[in-house]
Design a protein around this ligand. Structure first.
Ligand code: ZN
Length: 147
């Protein structure tokens, strides 16, 4: 089940230029800057109530965000929904005609598990499904290793 809109991703050329705009013009506070090597981006998070804005800057020429910027310029890149069960959510999305870009969740910003649905089957919107990563405690892992 989808619980809320978690964040809205916005592609920008340079975080150094975009962060001051969101801080000065909108009065928001940048909570953290985080690099996600798997997605070849650096991100900046701005909480706004329950939802965050996620600014995305490409770190390489072949980053998906670099390709997006070449095609569309800066702007809204994706909408991310928080789900309580990614497996169930993916099955629902596929049954409803969505094409998943990745079916095995990868680790996104904030250590969350993330899946993406292709914009071609989502009416032009790259759709991210995310879920909190359940972390096992070191004790549980240690006990599991003994079995
Ligand atoms: Zn995102």
């Amino acid at each position: 089940m989808l619980e809320k809109i978690d964040h809205i991703g916005i592609a920008v050329q340079r975080l150094e230029d975009a962060i001051p705009f969101y801080e000065k013009a909108l009065g928001l506070k940048c909570e953290r800057v985080e690099e996600i090597p798997g997605q070849k981006v650096r991100t900046a998070f701005f909480p706004v109530g329950e939802v965050c804005l996620e600014l995305l800057e490409p770190t390489t020429e072949d980053s998906p965000v670099a390709k997006f910027l070449k095609q569309h310029g800066e702007g809204v890149h994706h909408v991310a929904f928080q789900s309580d069960d990614l497996t169930e959510q993916l099955a629902l999305a596929k049954a409803g005609g969505a094409h998943a870009i990745n079916e095995i969740p990868t680790i996104g910003a904030g250590g969350k598990q993330v899946l993406f649905l292709h914009p071609k089957t989502s009416h032009g919107v790259l759709t991210e499904l995310c879920s909190e990563l359940v972390k096992e405690s070191p004790t549980e892992q240690f006990e599991a290793n003994l079995v």
